[in-house]
Design a protein around this ligand. Structure first.
Ligand code: NAD
Length: 618
């Protein structure tokens, strides 16, 4: 673990709170860059940020301090000295020392995030905060409001959220016990903690020498604040600056559902999910530093700041409305669409995405949605002209950069070359959509080995090549990423008429699940998307085995008409793909029939087996 004191340009300093509490602080990194203030949690010290700070220090001025009761700072005895308003005084003193005039970018983890919510929602301090990244530490005000709603206006969702969080908070109750936590931290718990954390969190660094005392005094944070603030939460605790929420997918202490309605309390919210446990500052420093950097850069850009200020100024967003989830335009399909577009922009702007089969249908629609979100795109199709056409459209729609490539995904050498070129010219992709695929219909006995081979070469091997080549790059880079593989509802719906197609798609589904398990350790999400009947060009090029050219033409026309009548547009699949990436969904059946087939495959497979015997009309 890198110590903050070893960072380039590191300077120790001390600030003193109004009641005389001394806080040990350090600043390091790029003296003239934007200032990022890192606030640690419990039972940590500022050193928990060592690896993140080392990465940020190249471009930003990084500031971290031991909160009162921790590390090298003073440890007041009275529990009341740990009240949120005292912590806010401390933060204000740090701001006075490092940014008396300008604004800072605040990042909080665990209790550091809990108290940072207090700073971000206290008007005098909020005006000095340009952005806030919150990791594994909710606002006690928000928890209080949500708990109260759960009790006064119960719905099954609210009740289960409250119960889940109640169960996950077992340690909070334990920390309220008299004497016991002190004895535990100074005894067995203090000794065992490092081993316990290494087991639970995998790669936690060495503990701080002050761990036992940090554990004893930090417990006062809970006692001074949790019950009191949750009993009377501030209903107007709204963070108006851009807020970035980072949610670890293996979080033990917080229910993910706590954040479902966070937009009410942080209207300018960017959500990120990271593969990891509670201590991601130690286990995922690369990714965290990258996200913090991207967020800071975005907020620093004049547009965003001006937009946020304008929005605040025109007063459309009334505090009470936000608390009750009624932000102007947030309701109704139009509001939802606008909100989703904004979410997509936050998630994908500047990200590098490779989409195969981008010349038509689902691939083209996905490429265009990513273009609207401001992504950088590499668009691949065996039909070069159609890929170029998509690229032209993407450019018009606002893609940050677009490149079209004519590549057959079933050709290993061509895919290897593509991957090499992408890496050299554009870098490692953040998102890969292995979507290229072909249709084939007809009985097993009539399907020739060549037809089997071609189907598996494109539908399965094309996906394998994409996952292998780009997945390896993502792993090597160590900053996560996402892979989407287009499977099909045919992956779980057997059919006597689609043996080759269904087999190829079932293989893609299983490949995606296996890969998801393997790549989770690297923070790379994998999604299998399973559309149903979607009106695209696929039916016009589907091979109908065992038919004459005339019969095949007529079958293609008939099927195309049927798909058109069904009328499910590829844009909706693109929407589902972007959402699945944002939410890191494992399997995403898209159309209602795909969802029904997935449910039936789990609960009533016999029904699907009976349906499988129905032959396609000729
Ligand atoms: P589409 O025919 O409109 O688009 C497929 C694109 O992939 C075309 O541009 C085509 O040129 C390209 N392509 C085909 N083989 C390729 C290869 N070897 N190398 C590079 N590019 C190649 O079809 P679509 O419906 O958009 O299909 C996209 C994916 O969705 C496919 O994997 C398909 O199996 C799957 N899918 C489609 C439906 C549907 O109803 N349309 C349903 C379920 C799954």
């Amino acid at each position: 673990m890198t110590s903050l004191y070893e960072l380039p340009g590191a300077r120790r300093f001390e600030v003193v709170s109004p009641e005389g509490v001394r806080l040990a602080a350090v600043e390091a990194g790029a003296a003239h860059g934007p200032t990022v203030v890192l606030v640690h949690g419990y039972p940590d010290t500022k050193e928990v940020w060592g690896e993140v700070a080392a990465r940020l220090a190249e471009r930003y001025r990084v500031v971290a301090y031991d909160v009162r009761g921790a590390g090298e700072s003073s440890r007041p005895e009275a529990t009341s000295a740990y009240a949120l308003r005292r912590l806010a005084d401390d933060f204000e003193r740090v701001l006075d020392a490092v940014a008396p005039e300008g604004r800072v970018h605040l990042v909080g983890h665990d209790w550091g995030s809990v108290q940072s919510w207090e700073f971000a929602t206290t008007p005098e301090l909020a005006s000095r905060i340009a952005s806030f990244t919150t990791i594994s530490g909710p606002s006690l005000d928000h928890l209080g409001v949500l708990t109260r709603e759960g009790l006064t206006r119960p719905t099954p969702r609210r009740i289960s959220r409250t119960v889940e969080q109640g169960l996950r908070s077992w340690y909070v109750y334990a920390l309220h016990l008299p004497v016991v936590p002190d004895l535990a931290w100074r005894g067995l718990l203090g000794r065992r903690w490092p081993a316990m954390m290494t087991r639970a969190e995998k790669t936690l660094g060495a503990p701080e020498p002050s761990l036992s005392e940090d554990g004893v005094f930090g417990a006062k944070l809970y006692r001074a604040n949790v019950r009191r603030r949750m009993a009377s939460p501030r209903p107007d605790a709204i963070a108006r600056m851009p807020v970035q929420l980072v949610v670890p997918d293996r979080e033990r202490y917080l229910a993910k559902r706590l954040y479902d309605e966070l937009d009410r309390f942080a209207p300018d919210l960017t959500r990120r999910q990271v593969s990891g446990g509670h201590w991601v500052p130690r286990t995922r420093p690369d990714l965290l530093a990258r996200w913090i950097g991207e967020f800071v850069d975005r907020v620093e850009s004049v547009d965003t700041v001006a937009g946020a200020v304008g929005r605040e100024r025109d007063g459309r967003v009334a505090v009470a409305d936000l608390v009750h989830g009624k932000e102007a335009g947030a309701r109704g399909p139009k509001g939802r669409k606008a909100r989703r577009a904004e979410e997509n922009r936050r998630r994908f702007t500047g990200q590098l995405a490779v989409v195969t089969g981008a010349g038509s249908g689902i691939g083209r629609a996905t490429a265009l949605s990513l273009a609207e979100a401001g992504a950088r795109l590499v668009l691949v199709d065996r039909d070069g002209a159609s890929a170029t056409r998509t690229a032209d459209l993407a450019e018009v729609l606002g893609a940050a950069e677009v490149f079209a490539a004519k590549v057959d995904v079933s050709d290993p050498a061509a895919m290897e070359q593509l991957a090499g070129k992408v890496k050299a010219a554009h870098g490692v992709p953040d998102l890969v959509v292995n979507n290229a695929g072909i249709g084939i219909a007809g009985s097993f006995l009539e399907t020739t080995p060549e037809e089997w081979k071609r189907t598996l070469d494109v539908n399965l091997w094309g996906v394998i090549h994409g996952c292998r080549l780009f997945g390896a790059m993502m792993v090597e880079r160590g900053q996560g990423g996402h892979i989407v593989n287009t499977a099909s509802a045919a992956a779980f719906q057997p059919s006597r008429s689609l043996p080759a197609y269904s087999t190829s798609k079932a293989a893609v589904l299983m490949l995606s699940e296996c890969l998801r398990a393997e790549f989770a350790a690297y923070g790379i999400g994998v999604t299998a998307v399973c559309p149903g009947f979607v009106a695209t060009g696929i039916t016009g090029a589907t091979r109908f085995v065992g038919t004459s050219a005339d019969q095949e033409r007529s079958l293609r026309e008939k099927t195309t008409k049927a798909y058109k009548r069904r009328g499910y547009p590829p844009e909706k699949v693109a929407d589902a793909i972007l959402r699945a990436v944002a939410e890191n969904t494992a399997v995403r059946p898209v159309t209602p029939e795909a969802r029904a087939a997935r449910a039936a495959s789990r609960f009533t497979p016999r029904v699907l087996r009976a349906l499988a015997r129905v032959d396609l009309p000729k």
